[in-house]
Design a protein around this ligand. Structure first.
Ligand SMILES: NC(=O)c1ccc[n+]([C@@H]2O[C@H](COP(=O)([O-])OP(=O)(O)OC[C@H]3O[C@@H](n4cnc5c(N)ncnc54)[C@H](OP(=O)(O)O)[C@@H]3O)[C@@H](O)[C@H]2O)c1
Length: 261
């Protein structure tokens, strides 16, 4: 199927690794010019090199979502190099595992700024151009935990729910400009982050890392972790003109992990 994405541009936050990289790869394979944003220049350079080696257009800019002035500069630089952005992938790092009892105000504020507020502000930076061009796609990576909160990932459970309310509201505000806004809910995707969460579980339950990953997979109806490529394929479809009638939705990419309907 031709996703009709050739010639479009995408800004992929957290695009150098994991889920963001999976999305960047899928978009680049469809002829989208991609800009990857992350902190580590080394990882960005490696990912940009690999995408370019496959004949796609890719650039990288380094920036930290928890440092707004620096991030604003990075986004402007990406916009200057790539031209108007058609597709925004709002992806971020995740918080450290914890419950919610006794989390300090400083930690709540820092995580809200990095994981939530930064995405709202970047969207606001790019929206005027999308609206004037009467086309845009905004996809935000959250977690299945907004439907079924996960024990010991309390900060993520809480803050990502704010993203769901924001995205649903935004979808209604921009729908007449042919801009769709959808939220993607990963289950367990095989990335550095999911391995580090398995490592934390292994330490907690006093089991090996392999055993913790195996137990995670056993709880998933399809019996395995998802891959960044599988995640990217769904995102590329939603970013395409073919998905023009899908907006304001929560899309689960979880191998059936979420038990509720
Ligand atoms: N993997 C899963 O199973 C899963 C499940 C549910 C939800 N999620 C959520 O999905 C998102 C992506 O997860 P992932 O598994 O792909 O993580 P990952 O493999 O750790 O990749 C995270 C990406 O974001 C970048 N990043 C992290 N913190 C950043 C910051 N402060 N500023 C700018 N870039 C930053 C990283 O590069 P640098 O480190 O170089 O900055 C990297 O490119 C996270 O929010 C995670 O919580 C993942």
């Amino acid at each position: 199927m031709d996703l009709q994405l050739k010639g479009k541009t995408a800004l992929v936050l957290g695009g150098s690794k994991g889920i963001g990289r999976g999305i960047a790869d899928a978009l680049a394979a469809e002829g989208v010019a991609v800009a990857l944003v992350a902190r580590s220049q080394e990882t960005i350079d490696r990912s940009v090199g690999e995408i370019k080696a496959r004949g796609a257009r890719a650039i990288g800019v380094s920036g930290d979502l928890s440092d707004w002035p620096g991030m604003e500069k990075a986004i402007k630089s990406a916009r200057e190099q790539l031209g108007p952005i058609d597709i925004l992938i709002n992806n971020s790092g995740g918080p450290p595992p914890s419950g919610v009892v006794g989390v300090s105000a400083e930690v709540w504020t820092a995580q809200f700024n990095a994981m939530v507020l930064s995405l709202f502000r970047i969207t606001d930076l790019l929206l005027p151009e999308m609206r004037s061009r009467k086309w845009g796609r905004i996809l935000t990576v959250a977690s299945f935990s907004v439907i079924e909160p996960i024990p010991n990932i309390g900060i993520s459970n809480t803050l990502r729910s704010a993203i769901v309310g924001w995205a649903k509201t935004l979808a209604g505000e921009v729908a007449r400009d042919n801009i769709t806004v959808n939220t993607l809910l990963p289950g367990v995707i095989a990335t550095d982050r999911s391995i580090s969460l398995s490592r934390a579980r292994a330490e907690r339950d006093k089991i090996s890392l392999e055993e913790a990953i195996k137990r995670n997979a056993q709880g998933i109806p399809v019996g395995r972790l998802g891959t960044p490529a599988e995640f990217g394929a769904v995102a590329a479809f939603l970013a395409s003109p073919l998905a023009a009638y899908v907006t304001g939705s929560l899309i689960r990419i979880d191998g059936g992990l979420t038990r509720s309907v």
